[in-house]
Design a protein around this ligand. Structure first.
Ligand code: EPZ
Length: 425
């Protein structure tokens, strides 16, 4: 397994370009299953999860051309099977996004029930409940979810999510696009990625309104067609690089980003003393304020509030702030695994249930640490950049899932980081 070797203590300075949003590209690739015509997506990030999603589409029978690294042209004209197999779903939960499109277009879908992952059980019961509201029959057989639409087509209905679910909202929005009649999604997720998917679906001929609010209306149509779409920038990668500049005391310009997609993160980081200046619609300039960082409490909530995907990165930053910060994680039940690794590097963090108490400022010292999930890995990289001495981060395949060429991007702004590839003899 690959490792990162990082020698910390160097302020980051320079310009970094943000890649396309992983969590928008994943549903947008799945949306291409809704039509037999070509869907062209630009600004698709070159990360492991998208390679997995592309493989899933090809396993289903779609053809995927990549005329250049960040463009995918998908043509799902000859879909022969309607099943997302276990070996794919177990590596990437977002494969469940194939459910809605397959069910809507072909009247049937079989998707391995995703197991839990490091950060929590992550069920899909709310997805399935909503599909049943749309008239589907759903059964569980040998670990697979089997969904069928009677007479081959779903019927629009009023659906409600008792918990806000990002991929749940996306799955139902895609399924309802081809249903007969009107569908309403209440208590819908409001993430920018939902709006991006709705924009693609409407370009394909869908009739969706309200995306980005907690109530979305979808008027079903007979079929969907070709479209071309540019994926929005990754707001979590943007937030991660803002923290990288702040935690190392550097000055970094971040390009190709959308500051309005991470307002809660920007406001919270400003409160801690990070100077963040937005320059135009797609640029941010970041530097750590002179008096240093101050501890500020944060609670993770669905968009537009502070995102759970920035919690681990924020925790790393709070180890370098003066005071005590209380971090409450309300979305996932086990998303503090980075804390024990940060403690190995010298952080003072007490965990009690879904609450972490971070006392700062503590001196971080490089140490061998273990990545456990995508955002925990980012947290360890950030701490290593601020730490004195060498940090060896193992299992960095986690970070490769969602950060495009992070070693190259960090090195280009002054980080001393290298990837150590273990050749298994
Ligand atoms: C999406 O996951 C993101 N992934 C996650 O990003 C992100 O952390 C999460 O939303 C929350 O913002 C993608 O978009 C591909 P949820 P998702 O359904 O959709 C519970 C990353 O780091 N729930 O919004 O799987 C669930 O257990 C990843 O890029 C049910 O109980 O998350 C969780 O506690 C990690 N039943 C909460 O709701 C369901 O049917 C929110 O989950 C669905 C969800």
């Amino acid at each position: 397994m690959d490792k990162f070797l990082i020698r910390g203590g160097k302020p980051l300075n320079g310009t970094v370009k943000i890649s396309g949003a992983k969590n928008s590209a994943l549903p947008c690739l799945a949306a291409a299953l809704l039509t037999g015509e070509t869907v062209t997506l630009h600004n698709v990030p070159y990360v492991k999860d998208l390679i997995t999603q592309r493989r899933l589409l090809e396993d289903l029978g779609a053809t995927v051309l990549t005329p250049e690294l960040h463009t995918q042209k998908i043509k799902a004209a000859n879909i022969e099977i309607y099943e997302a197999p276990y070996e794919l779903v177990k590596t990437m939960r977002a494969s469940v996004l194939a459910l809605g499109p397959l069910l809507a277009r072909f009247g049937q879908a079989k998707v391995s029930l995703p197991g839990g992952c490091a950060i929590g059980t992550r069920p899909i019961d709310l997805h399935l409940k909503a599909f049943e509201r749309l008239g589907a029959t759903v059964s569980l057989e040998a670990g697979d979810v089997i969904a069928r639409a009677p007479k081959g087509r779903l019927t629009g209905a009023d659906t409600f999510f008792e918990k806000v679910s990002v991929t749940g909202t996306e799955n139902v929005m895609m399924a309802a696009s081809l249903a007969r009649g009107l569908t309403t999604i209440r208590n819908a997720a409001r993430e920018p990625e939902i709006e991006d998917l709705a924009e693609l679906l409407n370009k394909m001929g869908a009739k969706i309104s309200g995306a980005g609010t907690s109530e979305i209306e979808i008027e079903g149509v007979e079929d969907l067609g070709a479209a071309e779409h540019v994926i929005i920038p990754d707001r979590i990668e943007t937030g991660t690089f803002i923290v990288a500049a702040a935690i190392t005391g550097g000055e970094v310009e971040i390009e190709n980003c959308q500051p309005k997609h991470l307002q809660a993160v920007i406001e919270k980081l400003r409160e801690t003393g990070v100077e963040i200046e937005t320059r135009g619609a797609d640029k941010i300039f970041v530097k750590r304020g002179d008096p240093g960082l101050r501890s500020k409490d944060v609670t993770t909530e669905p968009h537009p509030l502070f995102p759970t995907d920035m919690q681990a990165q924020y925790m790393a930053l709070m180890t370098q702030a003066e005071g005590t910060a209380t971090i409450v994680e309300t979305i996932f039940e086990n998303r503090f695994m980075h804390a024990s690794e940060l403690v190995r590097m010298g952080a003072d963090i007490q965990i009690s249930g879904n609450t972490a108490i971070v006392k700062g400022k503590t001196k971080l010292t490089g140490a061998p640490v273990l990545a456990s999930d995508l955002r925990a890995s980012a947290s360890l990289v950030l701490a290593a950049l601020a730490a004195e001495g060498e940090t060896l981060i193992d299992r960095v395949y986690h970070i490769d899932r969602g950060y495009e060429t992070i070693v190259k991007k960090l090195s280009a702004i002054g980080a001393d980081i290298e990837r150590i590839t273990e050749n298994l003899k």
